[in-house]
Write a protein that binds this ligand. Sequence first.
Ligand SMILES: [Zn+2]
Length: 772
Amino acid sequence: MFIAAGVVITPVLLSPFPRFRAPLSTVVEAQDGSLLGARIADDGQWRFPGFGQIPEKFEKALLAFEDRYFYIHPGINPVSVFRAVIQNIKAGEIVSGGSTITMQVARISRGSSSRTYPGKIVEMLSALKMELFRSKRSILKIYSANAPFGGNIVGLEAATWRYLGKSSEDITWAEAAALAVLPNSPALVFPGKNQEILKTRRNDLLRKLFEREYFDSITLVLALDEPLPGEPKPLPVKASHLTDYFYKNNKGEMIRTTIDPVIQERAVEIVNARQKDLSGNFINNSACIIIKVETGEVLAYVGNSRTEDKTEHGGDVDIIRSLRSTGSILKPLLYAGMQQSGDILPNTLIADVPSRFPGFSPKNFDQSFSGAVPASHALSQSLNIPAVKMLQIYSPEKLLGLFHNVGFTTFSKPADHYGLSLILGGGETSLWELAGVYASLSRVLNTYNEEKKYFRGDYHPPVVVSQNATAPEKIEDTDPPLSAASIWLTCEALKKVNRPEGEAGWQYFSSSPDLAWKTGTSFGFRDAWAVGTTPGYVIGVWAGNADGEGRPGLTGIAAAAPILFDLVSMMNPSGWFSEPSEEMTMIKVCSLSGFRAGPDCPDTEEIPACVNGLRSESCPYHKMIHLDKSRTRQVNADCVSPAEIRNQVWFVLPPLMEYFYRQKHPEYRVLPPFAPGCSSDRSIPVMEFVYPTPGIKIFIPRDQTGQPTRIIAEVAHRNPSGKIFWHLDEEYKGTTKHIHQTEILADAGDHVLTVVDEDGNSLRCFFYIIGK
Ligand SMILES: [Zn+2]
């Protein structure tokens, strides 16, 4: 008895267990399970990973066609085996296998289609073994995932997408029947080949299903009338760069992403439509990403615009993950950092004057100077010189630390590698990180407004793979990189409508919903950026050439902002960030200078600001001066009696700022001259060094002949028509008039430059020349 059982069971246990190790296609799905794109498996087969649910109609059709007693037999069906043996003996060869679904799974797993008796016996033993260890349902799933459906199409899911252009979830009876008959002779009959045989088989099967009362006669008539599936259809290509990304990083997997298929499709249309305009100016690539602030989920991922030939003009490059020079796109972080530290208030005047730094002369985009601009305007108009002046105060080290704390990983060099150019695009990042950081900051502000707390977990990169995992534990952050108040103030500054005149782009804004937005243009017009945030969404855009070629007109405002605003009107976000008032304080500021109001400031206002703003400097520009009775000349107690003196508050900018500020502010009044016999007030400077700046260390390069190049010293004077006498290390060097520039040549070491004007005012500047 035991021996007899052993004779049966031992071969079963020794037989090979059906396993599937063939390479799989990479399949990328949208958040609703629809197909965004797929890449073929390494063996050239369309074999989708994963075993989803088997649609009921397909299961019924398959079992009716292939294996009616599937749920009853133990892996082999003795009746059909017996029938097959009789048939084969009559025919003199194997014409029928009498195979069950389980036996077919065993055969497919062996990769063999040979019909021999030993092969059949192994299949039977394997089938019996499989039935011992697997449920009927999972055997059916393995079959559906691995059955051949003609050509290089393997598995039901690949078959429905290729033949029907849709998921297997919603197939009709006619479609289920057509698909169910395919694995039986996939080389002979498949859509597009031997259509008549396919039609006969499908219709026979439909009638069989009707006889089993799976559906009524009207359904049968309609099903028989349905057209057959035709030639394989191309798979959807809705997010090709994202599909490439997963093909490289998650090959052979089925990835459910966070992409919203409708938003994705419209974002692709918008980018491609705008790309047509850009291509006219030989700007060949553009990209965008849309992120939901609350979760960081990526709703749209357009890695590049579509050109006729994908590889032409670098169209295959995934720009979203590429490192590019940041241009001005990170200035908002400096503004936020300085609000938080109390270095400046929202509208503090910042110098906007010609400035030279060693080896580095920043210029504003329009090459002009405003003399002095409120910090918020400098930000919204993206002025470069004020940004560098601000970074000088804040320091590159501190800004770099802030970049790291808010989530940038791409600024990996030490601060002195970037220096002050850090704020003008001296470093690189990707659209992915940039949009992720903007989303993190908006999230921090939203969370604070809801919970009055900060959580470290609110800073995270974008999320593109759909996660079912529970949210991580919320750990309170007692020392957040940026306060909600500083983020809110920055968003307010970036919402301003007053954008540079004469530049295209500002007009988009007037009709748009509330949006904090910033553009950026990298050195040499190589990268155009635009990023915008609302409480709900962050949209990031890049335009340029993937190969890095610069183009005139390739600016954030001209090339990237139009795409941003098209995307904004598509998303149509509503609402605006609440003011985190618990974290803010009202500060009395000078209306004209934006500094904390001093005792002499005539017009003041209360504005919300960060608490540290209380420590900021008070207005240095409103000064009490002494005038004669006519108020047209300055006087002092040396030359007139105190009764004759009229005190008046005057707005006095330093000479260099004044020179440029006057040109844009006709209401600015220069200080009246001193009355004859009255000496000038030495506390208000009349001259200022443009270059060198006091304490600067200068490295002097050598020219082609090996001679050290000369440095150009420059001074601004309140009265440009006056003369200035120049002295280097107490030695007279020359006189200048109107334009106060002179060449100086000095050896390595410490030096002092002294300038004296006709009224005897003098100014000294110590500097150091670095040797080799
Ligand atoms: Zn003031």
